[in-house]
Design a protein around this ligand. Structure first.
Ligand SMILES: NC(=O)c1ccc[n+]([C@@H]2O[C@H](COP(=O)([O-])OP(=O)(O)OC[C@H]3O[C@@H](n4cnc5c(N)ncnc54)[C@H](O)[C@@H]3O)[C@@H](O)[C@H]2O)c1
Length: 308
């Protein structure tokens, strides 16, 4: 592997991916709308994946690409639906076109567990029938399909990673774990949408970064891997209570109806538990950080932030 370009390298997962690559002795270039300021990377380019000329310039000489740049978050992808399609579909096509032009050996595409929607069978395996419920999920499926089309047309090698609920310090506040932790650290009740029975499995960001770099480093081709932490499914109301307990606060979760939130009850997924057996067997992937450990790190992060 000569050098890896990480698109979205200034983002929440992208920065950890850069650190993971560097820790394995792999040379890294980053490309994002924002600078990452990660020490040790060869270049930290600022620009958009909607700009093919800039993409060509930053990808020159790279043998591998991890494509993370995307529009995400319910607010952003449902309010600005066209922008989401433009970045996640046209942006991904631009990245693929540039990979062909610059003779990149292999690309890893970051997709999402959102593509599964509601599933009758849990844990969810990679072969499950896709059932997207949102603009964002549909845009990720289109991205996946373009990976397959480029393999057919240009023999472009790829793998797809479907991340399941990644969390950690530095994540934007609109996602559930930082939203709960931030409120609780600031002595505010955490807001739960609906009844709080939605089940998720949360994966600490360093485990997610290890997972995608494991996929990059493996000889696997044209494969899809779920990357998440399958060990501790938890409901939203239990998650809120757990954070309150770890923080040692006297607070209670506050239930908010969907009508008063940015969520849509028809689009909310009730249960989402990943099967990561394929990644465990084929890549030796193993999530290491327990939910309690990850939450403690986040609580510490917000406490320090408050004192600054
Ligand atoms: N966080 C999760 O739980 C999760 C779950 C499933 C999938 N994913 C996927 O993982 C990837 C990384 O997500 P994240 O959580 O780090 O989100 P993030 O928003 O922190 O990172 C995305 C990055 O993409 C950049 N970006 C957006 N538009 C761009 C453009 N036009 N050109 C260049 N850069 C652009 C943003 O500036 C941002 O830094 C995304 O593809 C996302 O869909 C994340």
């Amino acid at each position: 592997m000569r050098e890896v370009l990480v698109t979205g390298g200034g983002g929440f997962i992208g920065k950890k991916v850069a650190q993971e690559l560097l820790s394995r002795g792999i040379q890294v270039r980053l490309f994002d709308l924002v600078k990452s300021n990660i020490k040790g990377v060869n270049c930290d380019y600022v620009g958009s994946i909607l700009d093919p000329y800039k993409l060509s310039h930053v990808m020159k000489g790279c043998s591998h690409v991890i494509h993370l740049a995307a529009a995400l978050g319910v607010n952003r992808t449902e309010t600005n639906r066209l922008e989401c399609l433009l970045i996640n579909i046209q942006g991904t096509i631009n990245v693929l076109e540039t990979c062909v032009k610059e003779r990149v050996e292999k690309i890893i595409f970051a997709s999402s567990s959102e593509v599964y929607g509601e599933q009758p069978v849990q844990p969810i395996i990679e072969e499950a029938l896709l059932n997207p419920k949102s603009n964002y999920a549909a845009s990720k499926i289109v991205g996946e399909e373009f990976m397959k089309a480029y393999l057919e047309t240009y023999k472009m090698k790829y793998n797809i990673v479907r991340f399941f609920n990644v969390y950690g310090e530095d994540q934007r506040d609109e996602f559930v774990v930082p939203r709960f932790v931030k409120n609780i650290v600031n002595d505010k009740h955490p807001d739960i949408y609906g009844e709080g029975d939605q089940i998720r499995c949360f994966c600490y960001v360093e485990d997610a970064a290890r997972g995608i770099v494991d996929v990059l480093s493996s000889p696997a081709e044209s494969e899809i891997f779920n990357i998440g932490n399958d060990s501790e499914p938890i409901s939203m109301k239990d998650l809120a209570s757990k954070i309150i307990k770890i923080s040692n606060k006297n607070l209670k979760p506050q239930f908010v109806s969907y009508d008063d939130s940015d969520r849509d009850s028809h689009r909310d997924i009730i249960q989402r538990i990943p099967s990561v057996e394929k990644a465990k067997k084929e890549l030796g992937y193993k999530p290491k950080v327990s939910l309690e450990e990850g939450l403690k790190k986040m609580i510490g992060f917000y406490e320090v932030k408050n004192n600054c």
